[in-house]
Design a protein around this ligand. Structure first.
Ligand code: HEC
Length: 488
């Protein structure tokens, strides 16, 4: 018993290692899935934020442009000259830069760039947005482009219509957007003297959106999503561990039950075999001595003694048969059957030959219908045919017996039918006859050991098939059995 337990161990260890590998691959896939989800989430949040910032930049840019065009459309606007809005020194070439109202108030001309610059400078805090008008050839020192703007202006010269970028100003993150300003006729009033012509790139306007608040919001959303996905991940992992632990426990129990069952079966078979072998020895003794008794004392001890001796002899013969059948029955199923392609017609013909004497004796007719090639060991099919034919021959009725064997190939395998016109079987016994010693007629008229049909059932079930009978008293019987298809 000890060595059997030892042989069990590596098997279950292998199983546990396999289960563990399976669990790890599940955990890995789950983690991968959530990481992918989180990355996808991050990407979509990021692009969402960028789209929002860009929208804000465009809105601001357009507002500035609108102001500028409005002012340029009017050729600039006159405002009261004050300390914070002194006359623009760069407009001295215009004769009407400074004028006086009839009442004597001094007005000065404000050019579009000046106006928007002042707006941006004084109200930048309101907007949180930096607007800047600049060019490579500034009219006013202080309008010079920074490094990023210089590159953008260069690309406008090459025909670019807009430049957008996420970059930094003084170490702070910004979204920057810049478009060129093209020289129009109305611009020449003040910029013509610089040598510009209509269509030239006069300069550019940029807006810069501070991204700090956007980034804050992005990070908050990301954190929230990260925490929920992380929780989900954790719950998934816990669930997997719990389920796997439970499955493992069930598996161990199942294996243990299987092992016990297998051992019980082995013990039973062993017992049957040993018992049969052991019984054979004394039986042989009894048989030889009763035969001796008959040889020596027949007709000498009177009619009663002759009868007794005859009973004893036939009893031992039956016992001999019983033991052989039992042995064959218990040996069956000790190894996996092979699914050999077997010509069922050939096997049926052989069995009929073997039983030719009995068949002829009773004037029986055996007809074979369709008999295909089936996946079964030939000697097993022979046993089935033999027991079923013997059964039919045994239970014939008064009229001549006709037995018909055929096999249909069906969707889920092969379906054999052995049909006779014998005495039939009461439906009440349709189950019982397939049990060991389940025979209905134990008397002299129907000799048999009561193992045949049980043997058939064990055989068919070995192939994962099914066996059953269809019959009623006096109406003959059809024994059905099925075999799974070859590929199974
Ligand atoms: C009323 C006069 C006037 C008109 C009209 C005018 N500008 Fe200007 N512009 C100026 C002055 C003056 C400056 C420089 C001082 C400043 O920044 O206010 C300037 C500055 C600029 C700048 C900034 C870079 C630099 O050179 O200092 C650009 C770009 C510009 N103008 C483009 C235009 C375009 C394009 C038009 C036509 C749509 C136009 N301006 C119409 C007077 C004018």
């Amino acid at each position: 018993m000890n060595n059997r337990i030892e042989t069990e161990l590596p098997d279950s260890r292998k199983h546990r290692a396999k289960a563990k590998r399976y669990l790890w691959s599940l955990v890995f896939s789950w983690t991968l899935l959530l990481v992918a989800l989180l990355s996808w989430d991050f990407i979509s949040i990021q692009s969402n934020m960028e789209a929002l910032a860009l929208k804000a930049a465009r809105a601001n840019f357009n507002k500035d442009q609108a102001f500028r065009h409005w002012a340029a459309g009017h050729g600039g606007v006159y405002v009261p000259a004050t300390e914070s809005t002194p006359p623009n020194p760069h407009l001295t070439h215009l004769p009407e830069r400074d004028i006086r109202t009839p009442s004597g108030r001094a007005l000065t001309l404000m050019n579009p760039a000046y106006m928007v610059r002042q707006l941006n400078e004084e109200y930048a805090e309101w907007f949180g947005v930096q607007g800047h008008i600049t060019s490579t050839k500034v009219l006013r020192p202080g309008n010079e482009p920074d490094q990023w703007e210089r590159l953008a202006l260069a690309s406008f010269e090459r025909g670019e219509k807009e430049v957008v970028a996420f970059s930094e100003i003084d170490g702070e993150p910004y979204l920057r957007l810049m478009q060129p300003m093209i020289t129009k006729q109305r611009c020449l009033k003040c910029h013509g003297f610089q040598g510009y012509q209509v269509g030239d790139v006069r300069g550019g306007v940029s807006v810069s959106i501070p991204l700090a608040t956007y980034l804050q919001q992005r990070n908050a959303t990301l954190l929230r999503d990260g925490v929920s996905l992380g929780t989900l991940w954790l719950l998934g992992i816990i669930g997997m561990l719990v389920v796997s632990r439970r499955l493992e426990r069930d598996e161990i129990q199942r294996r243990e039950a299987e092992r016990l069952l297998r051992r019980a079966n082995e013990d039973l078979d062993q017992y049957a075999q040993i018992a049969s072998h052991q019984l054979q020895e004394p039986l042989r003794l009894i048989t030889s001595y009763t035969q001796l008794l008959r040889q020596r004392y027949q007709h000498r001890l009177g009619k009663d003694a002759d009868d007794y001796i005859r009973y004893a002899v036939s009893g031992t013969a039956r016992m001999q048969q019983l033991i052989e059948d039992l042995l064959r029955y218990s040996r069956l199923g000790s190894k996996q059957p092979r699914l050999l392609p077997t010509d069922s017609r050939l096997v049926a013909d052989q069995v009929c030959d073997e039983l030719a004497e009995e068949i002829r004796e009773k004037g029986t007719e055996v007809k074979l219908g369709q008999m295909p090639i089936v996946p079964i060991e030939p000697q097993h099919l022979a046993i089935l045919f033999r027991y079923l034919l013997e059964n039919a021959l045994k239970f014939h009725a008064e009229h001549p017996l006709v037995i018909r064997i055929e096999c249909r190939q069906e969707k889920n395998g092969f379906h054999f039918m052995v049909r006779d016109n014998g005495i039939g079987i009461d439906p009440a016994y349709h189950q019982r006859i397939f049990r060991l010693f389940g025979q209905l007629h134990g008397d002299e008229a129907f000799p048999g050991t009561g193992i045949g049909l049980a043997h058939c059932r064990k055989l068919v079930e070995l192939y994962r098939g099914r066996i059953w009978v269809e019959s009623s008293l006096g109406a003959g019987a059809i024994f059905h059995f099925t075999l799974p298809p070859a590929a199974a």
